[in-house]
Design a protein. Sequence first.
Length: 209
Amino acid sequence: MGVSDAINTEYAKATRDMVYVVRPGYSRISFPYIMSDAQVEYIVSAVEFVASHGWKFLPQYEFKQATGAWTHKDIQSIKMPSIEQLSFNQSPNPTTTKIDPNSYQQYLDQAAELADAATKESNQNSDGRRKYPMAAKFEHLRWFAYPWEGTLIDGSVTSSSPFEPHVYSAVATDDLDKKTREFGRVLWSRSKQIWKGIKWSKEVTIETN
């Protein structure tokens, strides 16, 4: 993630002071081989939308420093999931929801409409109050915008961050693809050698018997 040892130590101090909201995190997205091109394109478009327009929804959210949880303002309280709630006696729920691929663009259009509505709402209801400030000694560790700052962003302003996530260039990814293909070739060759060895061993065993 590009977090230096020095900054990581400061994040540890913040968590000891119950300021969990500054802890950096990441999300992982996997694309199984069974996914269709339409599904992949939809997910990529959704990620791009959040990256470009997610800030418009900031004024609708609140966060708690002690837990790092962000909740919508219309939700009074939310119970965080716990491993203590895990039960092995519950029967599985076979119900699944299938989404028509033809609806993907409709969902993206709806998201764009909600983003525009959120911007208008925040501009009308903005009272300029600066809520949820962190302690000054941890402010330099903040990598996110405050909810009230969402009314001040016009989409062209970039924010500073105490760390810079690693970005892999096209050259690096191309090189990785080459290494992956080479590894696959070697693995396949080795598998054939092992299979030949097993087959030869069986033949020798049969002839010996």
